[in-house]
Design a protein around this ligand. Structure first.
Ligand code: CA
Length: 137
């Protein structure tokens, strides 16, 4: 029985970690470049992701004052940009897709938010990221 329990825990932990990924700044830089994010925005995006999630793709915030939650490496809000049940919101995504280890859709959604609201959509931007410097990789 105990062996079964340990086995179950291992399965759960393995399943969980296979979905989570913590990027290094340089890994995020190359992902952003791969998706053709403009060079002059790279430092800002990396700073925002560091401040918002610690570069953890599985990050899920506690409830905000309005009950909404922020998802993934860019901490994208489920009130406006994604839906917890099925696809939806401004990015037409299921929020769970913003917490997996493939950040292709996260980057696309973050760029959409920036087009609509600017970098100011992230409170960490004005606080920490207006003069960010690109990591040397
Ligand atoms: Ca994703």
């Amino acid at each position: 029985m105990r062996a079964v329990s340990v086995c179950m825990i291992l399965v759960i932990v393995t399943a969980h970690t296979s979905l989570a990924r913590v990027f290094t700044p340089c890994q995020l830089l190359s992902e952003l470049r791969r998706q053709r994010v403009p060079e002059n925005e790279l430092a800002t995006w990396i700073c925002i992701a560091q401040r918002e999630s610690g570069l953890n793709t599985a990050a899920l915030s506690r409830a905000n004052s309005d009950g909404s939650r922020d998802n993934g490496i860019f901490q994208i809000n489920n009130r406006y940009w994604c839906r917890d049940n099925g696809r939806g919101g401004g990015c037409n995504l299921n929020c769970a897709a913003l917490r997996n280890n493939d950040i292709t859709d996260d980057i696309r959604c973050a760029q959409h938010i920036k087009r609509v609201q600017g970098f100011g959509a992230w409170t960490t931007y004005r606080a920490y990221c207006t003069n960010s410097v690109r990591p040397r990789c």
